[in-house]
Structures are given as C-alpha cells and as structure tokens.
Design a protein around this ligand. Structure first.
Ligand SMILES: NC(=O)C1=CN([C@@H]2O[C@H](COP(=O)(O)OP(=O)(O)OC[C@H]3O[C@@H](n4cnc5c(N)ncnc54)[C@H](O)[C@@H]3O)[C@@H](O)[C@H]2O)C=CC1
Ligand SMILES: [Mg+2]
Ligand SMILES: [Zn+2]
Length: 276
C-alpha cells in the first residue's frame, strides 16, 4: 500500500480529489464523469498543499488535496459540489474514494491537537494517523457505526420524517451505535426509543459509508413484533405504517434507505406471487 503522503510522479496519470470546507471539486458543469473527478495533468504547483494518497480507482492512483474553500487556482479546474451528488450518481467505486477523501479531510482538520494533553499532533508517515509525541496518544479517522432498519408489518413499512427532513420526505429509522452495544441491542433500543415498537426476525442487508461527517450505515430489515407506534417527539416530526405499494416520498436510489425499502418490497412481492 502506498504511504499516505506519497505524491504522484509528475507525469503519472492520477485522479485528484480536492476537498475544502467539506465540499469537493467536481468537473465544471459535467454530471460526474465516469473517469473521475479531475485528471488534469499537470496540476498546478502543489508544493504548498498536503497531498494524501486515497487508493486506486480504475487502474489509477487517487490523491486528495486539502485546499482552502474557493482556492482560486483550483476553482478554475472545476466547481465545489457535494459528495452526496456522487452518491446519487450510483457510481459506488467513485463514491467510496470521494467518501474517503471527505473523511480524511475531516480527520486531519479535527485532530491537530492531542485530546489528552493538548500538544500539537504530528502525522506519521506509514499510515493515516495523528500522533502525539508528548504522551504517545494516537488517533485514526473516526467512523461512527449506525444502524438503519426497514420494519414491516404485513404489507406495510414503518416510515418516519426526522426533524431535519423536509416536509413530505420519510425514511426508515436509524441511530448511532452507543459504546458497549451490539448491533442487535442498538436496533432494539433505537426502534423502541424512536417508535415505541418491538421487532423480530432481523436480517442484515448491506452497509454504506455515509460521510456526513463519518457514519457507517449498517442496514437491516425486520418484522414488527409488538407495540403501537409512539414517536419520539424530539427526533421525529411524524411517522406511520405505510402500504408498500403506496409509499410517500423516500430517500432516492443510491441511498441505503432506498435499498432497504426496496428489499422489503421485493420480499413482499415474492410472498404475494409465490415466485422466487
Ligand atoms: N442513508 C440514509 O438513507 C439515512 C442516513 N441517516 C444517517 O444516519 C445517521 C444517524 O441517524 P439519526 O437518526 O440522526 O441518529 P440518532 O437517531 O442516533 O440521533 C441523532 C443524535 O445522535 C447524536 N449523535 C450525533 N452524532 C453522533 C455520533 N457520531 N455518535 C453517537 N451519537 C451521535 C446527536 O445527539 C444526534 O442528535 C445520521 O448521520 C443520518 O444522516 C439517517 C436516515 C437515513
Ligand atoms: Mg434516529
Ligand atoms: Zn498528548
């Protein structure tokens, strides 16, 4: 594996991910090209910038440049956009690298001083970590595991609208894993806290990096077991059981919420038609 701060050779064809202020430079005006974000060779003079190795994408190395928002010499190369746009493009390979670029940036900007003794931390050169040479404390990029679950009751699915969701947009329940919990305990706790119901027959479906700022969504489907819906008024504006063939607006294709709801839909259709 390349060292984290290894720079590409001058003539090496590479993909450049430029992140500033939590946003990423996308090629001007293009819907995300299949060939990556920016592949200008040669790039502007990078000697003043921290360049971080991100890994490979379509046989090329990817590098992250930490820029300042609106940095003129980069602003000419493209325009700042949101990593969410890449997520919704459905290009999972590209999204994985962009999500890493955003989270590496978040990590390096938020771990400049030691959380234990306050000394300025230093990057180590063999892995992406920040080290305190005074008390030997070491930090790695933070990842917050988070369950997300589509719950069915017969042919209905439990959907709710969170405080941050616009009017009319409903999603499945989600919540951060708390220290000491297993995923099963988080599922039971979050669903009880947010909706007041008990679930059973939990089935893992898939996961998704959610770099806002550093969640890892772990996706499940489950069945209602007991209880009437009582929504947590601090978290949720509204919510109910919705017929799987008459859903309100839900998160778009490309999000794990969409994938979980779609998994339930297929399961119910299979049972209804009896076809596998
Ligand atoms: N991919 C998708 O379709 C969906 C993604 N999500 C994401 O899942 C995550 C969790 O969803 P919520 O219902 O908001 O979580 P939640 O139900 O655990 O409540 C959020 C609360 O958790 C606390 N919190 C914030 N960051 C935390 C962290 N890193 N670790 C522990 N606690 C933290 C804060 O008090 C925050 O108000 C969010 O990042 C959200 O964007 C939520 C729904 C759909
Ligand atoms: Mg929640
Ligand atoms: Zn320290």
């Amino acid at each position: 594996m390349n060292k984290p701060y290894q720079r590409p050779a001058a003539d090496e064809p590479a993909w450049w991910f430029i992140v500033a202020g939590g946003e990423i430079i996308l090629e001007r005006g293009e819907s995300l090209p299949p060939h990556g974000i920016l592949n200008q060779i040669p790039m502007p003079d990078l000697s003043d910038y921290k360049v971080v190795y991100l890994g490979e994408l379509r046989e090329r190395n990817c590098y992250l440049i930490l820029a300042d928002y609106g940095d003129t010499q980069f602003a000419e190369l493209g325009e700042f956009g949101n990593v969410r746009e890449i997520l919704l493009q459905g290009d999972e390979e590209l999204f994985a690298v962009a999500a890493r670029a955003k989270q590496f940036t978040e990590f390096l900007l938020t771990h400049r001083f030691c959380g234990r003794c306050g000394t300025r931390m230093q990057a180590v050169d063999w892995e992406l970590a920040m080290h305190c040479h005074s008390c030997q404390h070491r930090c790695y990029p933070r990842i917050s595991p988070c369950i997300i679950v589509a719950i069915r009751k017969g042919n209905q699915v439990l959907l709710a609208r969170g405080k941050r969701h616009p009017e009319g947009l409903f999603s499945v329940l989600a919540g951060f894993v708390e220290s000491g919990e297993t995923l099963e305990q988080t599922l039971a706790r979050e669903v009880m806290e947010e909706a007041g119901v008990e679930i059973k027959n939990i089935e893992y479906i898939s996961s998704q990096s959610w770099p806002f700022p550093h969640s890892l969504m772990i996706g499940f489907i489950a069945e209602w077991e007991a209880g009437e819906i009582h929504l947590d008024p601090f978290e949720l504006e509204e919510g109910d059981w919705f017929p799987i063939d008459a859903l309100p607006r839900v998160p778009p294709q490309g999000t794990i919420a969409y994938k979980l709801i779609d998994s339930l839909k297929r399961k119910i259709e299979q049972e209804t038609t009896g076809e596998d």
